[in-house]
Design a binder for this molecule. Structure first.
Ligand code: ADP
Length: 526
């Protein structure tokens, strides 16, 4: 059975034409039955709907993707590179449309939306430029030089499953799909139910750039049903979301021994040394804590400042936070937008109220702003947060940070590491000090004299969570090779590795031992 065309609607007039033009062509699975309404957090209005997929939809999506993948894996690297380089250009060319739809679905400020555009273009260019270098068959050294010839091959795994959250619907919705696809795989992806349109547009741009349509199947719907079925059918699972869901999915794919990459929660620390430029640091800290209203897995939620600098930093930082512009505009200047949903507002409020009731001091914020929109919440800075406050250790995933003075950098490192998470961290200090401190912090990425952006954008360097913050990595060679099966092909030449048949086993043992010894001494063995 052919999947039916996407059904959705109604949408605001401004977007209807563009979205319809883009999505009526998208082959996504049939959507009769339950609907998922999509809300604009700026106003709380419903902007459209997509249907809620079933397990059968997912099974059908895999059938289509598997069939398309059989041809795609034979497409030469050069062709694949062209498609993804064209996609790069399409993304930059369509940046205003992409920012519009991201903002509409998530309520974030426009600068945070544009970060997603940059990230996807960065990903597309990097993997297009490097796919051949990373995946072409590679000569490997064998146990016995000359008599054996060994090569490593990378084969696509088949169809990759992808489950993504709502906070970065473009960057996470398609960023991790780029290496999966360019490596020769198909994809069945579930965007978050509250942000499906961004993913639809992003993949439509990829189809326009030349990717075969059936290769990617998007199925919208509930996490448990659609996400669960993807985990049950995929040949590799890429997940971004909460640690709780990450554990469920890890168990699920573990039962089938399918590979898994997950970026999960964090409680990311920043350490500030005495020798910093206060103004530069305060500006960076605002960006680190409040980009995307703090709804960012790598954003900073706790700041440890060396005692001599604490008061100056607190003063400069809090002043900047108080001066931030909040609002629902589609302009480029607003510094912070809305939270993404009623749930998010409830969660943030719960964490802040709990901390304040237990004795935390509010330096600024700590209140909702219904005058701006239904889910707005002020950027919030706390201090004197008591040990039993939930947000001391739990991830808020909102615009909330607490400050604490430490006696020295070692205490800062100790406190930074006192967590079950290990996703991102930041150190502000003179470079010499910062590089030394950085390596002692147990995080998958660490930004020096920046909050997170510089490490995230260093696309050639893999990043992933330690401890309960994730498994495996995205970015870099590893972010591509993880989507492939390595194969060791080795040819024995001239004679058997067991030696000539006429040779006694005793003589063979002596010759082999001598050869091993000599090979090590002369350094001709790997
Ligand atoms: P968040 O709190 O950021 O929404 P979640 O981990 O709950 O994080 O959700 C991230 C993604 O995982 C979403 O697309 C959601 O629909 C999906 N999801 C949630 N629960 C499950 C589950 N049990 N199985 C598969 N996917 C799920």
């Amino acid at each position: 059975m052919m999947p039916k065309r996407l059904k959705m609607g109604p949408l605001p007039a401004d977007f209807e034409q563009e979205l319809r033009g883009l999505t009526t062509n998208a082959r996504i699975n049939h959507l009769d039955g339950d609907r998922v309404e999509v809300e604009a957090p700026f106003t709380g209005e419903t902007i459209g709907w997509v249907a809620s997929g079933s397990e059968d939809d997912v099974a059908e999506a895999f059938r289509f993707a598997r069939r398309a993948q059989k041809s795609w894996e034979h497409v030469p690297f050069g062709e694949r590179r062209k498609i993804f380089r064209r996609f790069h250009d399409q993304v930059l060319r369509n940046r205003e449309l992409l920012c519009d739809i991201i903002q509409l679905e998530t309520g974030k400020n426009r600068a945070s939306a544009f970060d997603e555009v940059l990230d996807v273009a960065n990903n597309a260019r990097y993997y297009a430029n490097n796919v051949e270098k990373f995946l072409k068959p590679e000569k490997r050294r064998s146990a016995l030089p000359i008599v054996a010839k060994s090569r490593e091959y990378h084969h696509p795994l088949g169809v990759v499953g992808q489950i993504t959250p709502w906070n970065y619907p473009l960057a996470l919705g398609i960023g991790d799909a780029i290496p999966a696809l360019i490596a020769g795989n198909g994809l069945v992806a579930k965007p978050d139910s509250s942000t499906p349109f961004t993913a639809l547009i992003a993949f439509e741009l990829l189809f326009k750039a030349g990717l075969p349509r059936d290769l990617v199947q998007l199925v919208t719907g509930s996490g448990r049903v659609v996400g669960g079925a993807i985990a049950d059918n995929c040949d590799f699972l890429m997940f971004t979301g909460s640690t709780a869901t990450g554990k469920i999915l890890g168990e699920q794919v573990g039962r089938r021994l399918v590979g898994y990459s997950a970026e999960l929660g964090g409680k990311n620390p920043m350490i500030i040394a005495n020798d910093v430029d206060i103004n530069y640091t305060a500006r960076g800290a605002v960006d680190a804590c409040f980009s995307n209203s703090g709804q960012l897995c790598v954003s900073i939620e706790r700041i440890y400042v060396e005692r001599a600098t604490f008061d100056d930093f607190q003063h400069a930082f809090v002043q900047r936070v108080k001066d931030m512009t909040l609002g629902s505009g589609f302009n480029w200047e607003t510094q912070m937008g809305s939270l993404a949903s009623a749930n998010q507002l409830e969660t943030v409020r719960k964490y802040v109220d709990d901390a304040v009731e237990k004795g935390a001091r509010v330096l600024t914020g700590a209140k909702a702003r219904p005058d701006l929109g239904p889910y707005f919440y002020e950027p919030t800075v706390l201090t004197d947060v008591p040990e039993d406050a939930l947000l001391r250790t739990e991830e808020v995933f909102g615009p909330v940070v607490y400050l604490e003075a430490v006696n020295d950098l070692n205490e800062g490192i100790e406190k930074a590491n006192d967590t079950n998470y290990g996703l991102n961290a930041s150190v502000y200090a003179s470079p010499e000090t910062a590089w030394r401190v950085a390596q002692k912090v147990e995080s998958g990425s660490l930004a020096i004299n920046d909050g997170y952006t510089t490490a995230w954008a260093a696309i050639g360097n893999p990043m992933g969570g330690r401890k309960e913050s994730g498994v495996s990595h995205r970015h870099g060679k590893e972010g591509l090779v993880k989507y492939t099966a390595s194969q060791n092909i080795t040819e024995q030449r001239f004679m058997s590795i067991r030696g000539p048949e006429s040779m006694s086993r005793k003589a063979y043992i002596n010759v082999m031992s001598a050869a091993m010894q000599l090979g090590k001494t002369l350094r001709i063995l790997p």
